[in-house]
Write a protein that binds this ligand. Structure first.
Ligand code: NDP
Ligand code: MG
Length: 388
């Protein structure tokens, strides 16, 4: 993407969520740099309406149709077009005026709209990691074919990307993704048996949507990030290491073949990687609090426990299985994550069921979009059977 003095027009998929609302805060801070073109939500039409009134997008999508008519009538008065249904997301990202699409919706639902945006040659600011986990091979292929940049928003991947600026021709020896370890860092399997959803929903360093907060507690989030990193930076699984760093100050590290390591640091605040992706290649002002070394005289690092928090190891296993394996693991995890939040299964069941589904799923080696959709459906129904 080139530098420009014209306002960048953004489509935000999932504008009512944690990433979406923080992206709008960034836009609010920089009215001279950004404009909102599209806003979307699943069902939260009251917040979506409020956002539309403030940011005056061209188009709004509410996926669930319950409140569509009322919302559409109110926004019509303001000259804003409103649509409903899943397919409206794919149409909305293709609007000509859009300069960049921020995928801040959660889960597998991000896949089709991301493909539609790439096909319309829109640069992607990617928060929705599940899209790359599910179909990394297809997405990276399409992005290359359409010369579309995928700019990471996930803090670890933004860190790696920032470390690689000026180094794209230099081979990476390995990367270290940092992990906070979540609320249960250091806990034994026995201690984890009775963990409640409300305890798992309390993350020590980040305030995020419910799904990713549970994924952080089970280390599935780090597993998904390992797979995301493989596709974003074209790495083999043995080049990706995870290191627990409870303070979340080093956001991730690249090690080059001369042994030199570069890290990107800062206080944990998602607005920074969001803003970086939206303004890339520029760095623009921010009033975020600055890091003070003397407040952190010690930073800590420990080994990640992928045996107790088995989801992390399952992600590496899925990567080595290739094909649709990661898609199946992601689908199982979306079902088990929700079932745990709904008190249907225990904390430890999440990874156990994910493992069973990963091992029982049919695998397809050179998947098309159809194959990914089928693998997703099969894994969801296998997971539901396990829950019953
Ligand atoms: P939230 O749950 O807070 O927000 C999700 C957003 O997506 C909401 O706007 C929601 O609408 C919408 N949405 C939910 N389901 C669907 C669906 N089926 N179809 C269309 N839209 C849907 O999630 P987060 O903001 O926490 O996370 C978003 C993505 O970013 C995830 O992939 C996550 O892994 C990733 N991410 C998040 C981080 C964070 O700090 N939160 C950090 C790094 C990555 P509604 O409000 O109406 O339900
Ligand atoms: Mg992350």
């Amino acid at each position: 993407m080139e530098k420009s003095n014209i306002k960048r027009k953004i489509a935000i998929l999932g504008s009512t969520g944690s990433i979406g609302t923080q992206a709008l805060e960034v836009v609010r801070q920089h009215p001279d740099k950004f404009e909102v073109s599209v806003l979307t939500a699943y069902s939260n039409s009251s917040l979506l309406k409020q956002q539309a009134i403030e940011f005056k997008p061209n188009t709004v999508v509410i996926v669930e149709d319950k409140t569509y008519e009322a919302l559409s009538a109110e926004l019509w008065e303001l000259g804003i077009k409103t649509y409903t249904g899943e397919s409206a997301l794919c149409d909305a990202v293709q609007i000509e005026e859009i300069d960049i699409v921020l995928t801040a919706l959660v889960g597998f639902a991000g896949l089709k709209p991301t493909i539609a945006a790439i096909e319309a040659k829109k640069p992607i600011a990617l928060a929705n990691k599940e899209t790359l986990v599910v179909a990394g091979q297809l997405i990276t292929h399409l992005a290359t074919e359409n010369s579309v940049p995928i700019l990471p928003v996930d803090s670890e991947h933004s860190a790696i990307f920032q470390c690689l600026i000026g180094e794209f021709h230099n081979p990476i020896e390995k990367i270290y993704l940092t992990a906070s370890g979540g609320p249960f860092r250091g806990w034994s399997e026995d201690e984890l048996k009775t963990v409640s959803p409300s305890a798992a929903l309390k993350h020590p360093n980040w305030e995020m949507g419910a799904k990713i907060t549970i994924d952080s507690a089970t280390l599935m989030n780090k597993g998904l990030e390992v797979i995301e990193a493989k596709w974003l930076f074209n790495l083999n699984e043995d080049q990706i290491d995870v290191i627990v760093h409870p303070e979340s100050i080093l956001h991730s590290i690249v090690q080059f073949k001369d042994g030199s390591m570069k890290a990107q640091m800062g206080l944990p605040d998602m607005k920074l990687p969001i803003q970086y992706a939206l303004a890339y290649p520029d760095r623009i002002d921010s009033s975020f609090p600055r890091f003070d070394f003397l407040q952190y005289p010690k930073l800590h690092f420990e080994k990640a426990d992928g045996e107790t928090f088995m989801n992390l190891n399952l992600a590496y296993e899925a990567l080595s299985m290739k094909g649709t394996a990661a898609c199946a693991l992601n689908a199982a995890n979306e079902v088990t994550n929700q079932a745990f939040r709904d008190h249907q299964i225990s904390f430890l069941d999440i990874a156990k069921i994910n493992q069973t589904v990963l091992h029982e799923s049919t695998s397809c080696m050179s998947p098309s979009l159809e194959d990914y959709l089928e693998a997703d459906q099969e894994a969801r129904s296998l997971a539901k059977t396990q829950i019953r």
